[in-house]
Write a protein that binds this ligand. Structure first.
Ligand code: 4G3
Length: 243
């Protein structure tokens, strides 16, 4: 899986890519990220990337030329790619879209705007506009990293333990179950006995029930098209809660 990032702050992207799961995946060569500094695609002495908005108003707008010059340079290799603009106006990103991007196996070219945004004519060169949530950030870089991180985790071999990619609760559409590790007791709070029992069947059932409990509490909207088994556990849960 290849990613390309267009940004005026390449170091923001590069420093994140040195660490953790993504860092290891890049070192293993199962993913590749190329970061392009937009200022390298300017033509003026001051390497300007923004200008005053037509129509007036506060703030600055990013000019189209540096993006256009960068995209033309990048696309000259003729490899198919999906050009994504990160902005609050985009389609809402989710695990489902991360899987969609991974399966498409196209290079993802991520455009990071700053200031009040990018000249609207950028849309002529963009395949998709994606938002990671309903909030305004000072730049698209964090959103680009969210996409890179969530998609890289899906690549076989990216995570140490293969199972954990599948196990990720969002992979199954629910919130996660609670996790515990040593010590067994901390400040009077004990680890649930079931987790110390070694009964893996019962533990799996407990985890499913707790994942459903968390989902019911915080994201009931995710509780749709449940399997018969999950529905049975949910009903048990509801009768317990209503006791
Ligand atoms: N919710 C998000 O995904 C998100 C993405 C980017 C961003 N800021 C940069 C920006 C702002 C406006 C237009 C534009 O093209 C880029 N803020 C939030």
């Amino acid at each position: 899986m290849k990613f390309e990032v267009l940004t005026i702050f390449p170091e923001v992207i590069e420093c994140y890519l040195k660490h953790g799961v993504v860092g290891r995946a890049l070192n293993k060569g199962i993913a590749e990220v190329k970061v392009y500094n937009l200022r390298d695609f300017t033509t003026d002495r001051h390497r300007k990337v923004d200008d005053y908005p037509y129509g007036g108003g506060a703030g600055m707008v990013m000019q189209i030329e540096p993006f256009y010059n960068a995209l033309r340079h990048i696309k000259s290799d003729g490899i198919p790619r999906k050009v994504i603009l990160l902005s609050p106006q985009g389609r809402r990103f989710s695990q489902r879209i991360a899987k969609e991007f991974y399966k498409e196996e196209k290079t993802l070219t991520l455009i990071c705007g700053r200031y009040e945004g990018i000249d609207e004519r950028i849309k002529a060169f963009v395949d998709e506009e994606i938002s990671i949530g309903d909030y305004v950030l000072s730049g698209g870089e964090l959103a680009a990293l969210v996409i890179i991180d969530s998609v890289v985790r899906l690549i076989p071999g990216a995570l140490g333990d293969e199972l954990s990619a599948e196990e990720d609760s969002f992979m199954k559409g629910f919130l996660d179950y609670p996790h515990y590790t040593r010590p067994e007791e901390f400040e009077g709070m004990r680890v649930p006995d079931i987790l110390l029992s070694g009964d893996h069947k019962k533990i799996a059932l407990w985890r499913k029930k707790e994942a459903l409990r968390n989902t019911l509490k915080n994201r009931p909207d995710l509780l749709k098209n449940l399997s018969a088994e999950d529905m049975k556990i949910l009903k048990e849960l509801c009768s317990e809660i209503n006791k």
